[in-house]
Design a binder for this molecule. Structure first.
Ligand code: MD3
Ligand code: FE
Length: 218
């Protein structure tokens, strides 16, 4: 076989699946097949657990607004970064992971070569114009052998993908509505971030970008 099966029927210059380095795969438009279910489920989650700007341990308000669904949610406050079973704003458990979310994350991981991915945490990041995520590593999870699946929705963004050391060179990867990226193996601990969002209007999500990040955190 000369190409991954995902490319067999592609004639254009842009493959549907592209490797971003060992263990990292970009699945262009992968979420679009179930777009309506995903956006409906997203509405339900953020009605039950509204987006909010968390504080960094240093006391700064994050420019990205966040919420979670699933058994565990990622939170930040003056006491640090961690996963918690309850929404600190309401004291209630985070909303359940919608079936459409679980299926999307599982199927994307499987497509990228990670069988049986069963996330217990979905972080929802909402970017408005100017919001950004500085270069960081994800290291609050228990098992770094588990991949991370991220789903981009709404306005496009420039994803910054560095190396294993903070000062390694950074590549810039444009991500659009429906794109899914799977990060595992040797890519799992690479530094990454998101450049400040440019303003615009997306037909489905308005003036923002939403990123869903699926993890096996506990
Ligand atoms: C590469 N979110 O929530 S998801 C985060 O678009 C986060 O909101 C970004 O980074 C966003 O922590 C990017 C993509 C992502 C997530 C985890 C990674 C890329 C990664 C872990 C290792 C390497
Ligand atoms: Fe991250």
């Amino acid at each position: 076989m000369h190409a991954s099966s995902g490319e067999l029927f592609d004639t254009g210059a842009e493959p549907r699946e592209r490797s971003l380095g060992e263990g990292a795969a970009l699945l262009r438009s992968f979420a679009l097949a179930h777009e309506r279910e995903i956006l409906d489920a997203l509405d339900g989650v953020i009605r039950a657990a509204p987006l909010r700007h968390m504080l960094t341990p240093g006391g700064l308000r994050m420019s990205v607004a966040m919420s979670n669904c699933g058994a565990l949610g990622w939170i930040s406050d003056r006491r640090g970064y961690r996963y918690a079973a309850r929404d600190p704003e309401s004291g209630k458990p985070w909303p359940q992971l919608p079936a459409a979310f679980a299926r999307l994350a599982h199927d994307a991981a499987s497509q990228a070569g990670f069988a049986d991915f069963a996330p217990d945490a979905c972080l929802i990041n909402r970017y408005e114009a100017g919001a950004k995520l500085s270069l960081h590593q994800d290291r609050d999870e228990k098992d770094f052998s588990q991949p991370i699946v991220s789903v981009s929705l709404g306005l496009p963004a420039m994803f910054l993908f560095g190396g294993l050391r903070r000062n390694d060179r950074v590549s810039r990867i444009p991500l659009a509505h429906g794109d899914v990226v799977v990060w595992g193996g040797a890519s799992r601990m690479r530094y990454h971030g998101v450049a400040p969002l440019k303003d615009g209007t997306h037909p489905r999500l308005g003036a923002c970008r939403v990123n869903l990040t699926f993890r096996k955190a506990g």
